[in-house]
Design a protein. Sequence first.
Length: 324
Amino acid sequence: MDDTRQNWPRISIVTPSYNQGIYLEDCIQSILDQKYPDLEYFIIDGGSNDDSLQIIRKYASHLSGWVSEPDQGQSDAINKGLKQASGDLVAWLNADDYYLPGALQEIAQAYLQNPEAPFYFGDGLRVDEKKIHSKNFFPEGIVSFDRSALIHGLNYILQPATFIRRAALEKAGYLDMNLHYGMDTDLWIRLSADAEPVPVQAVLAASREHSSTKTATGSFKRLEELRLVAEKHSGKPITPGFLCYFLDTLERYTREHEEEYPDSYHKMLAAFWTATANLLAQYHARPDGFPIQPQASQKLTGSHRLTLMMRLRKLLTTSFLKKD
């Protein structure tokens, strides 16, 4: 990056963390290694009792600020940091995720080309606890946006690869502290109400997926919150997207209790899930939840069914939430 340029936007990053010392240093280093010329970085720790504080203190001289204290949940922790931020662009990066080289420069360039967009989001990698890469988040590596697909379907925005224009955030409002599972979905919908966000055709971040996430453990409590978020913005008590979330959770539950649910039930459930996923097309979404590309159409039929269902399941269970 050419540090002599004077017009690079200031970027503010917030990392919420609680007992994530096993991953935290990777996250911090991925931000500092960007060598971005105008960076503001805050760590908001929820009062960890592992080695998190030792790690934070190690990098304290590189931070704009940090705290370690009890909070009222992830939304509260993130809001604490965002409200201190002075950047033109702001973002949060959970402690178990990390940026890829050049991510901040890609976002800065997108901002300079479209300075009035509410937010900017790119592609990312799905990785496991050991940072082993399985595949890119967006199918075919094409990042796109459709608001109807987001409201009535699934949250296909990769949060670790998303950056928000601070002025738009202040206008739309910060994260809803009453939400614990769907606060990012709610925020993307509110931010996109007045203007179109900018898809960035670059791989910006890695989303670490593991079984201890709040998405993986939220089960039916998570479902009701996602339903309420969808109802708030769609005006409908049930959307095809919510039904996909519900059927995925139900299918997992019945697999864990196979003594009560025969194989014939699972077959009927799979057929219902397939039919429900195909309903997403009326809201400009593919059966796997991602926006339909121009002049493209897909249904869950034939040889594509297994691939699309696997992508749908990944999207339904991806978590961008601070781990408790």
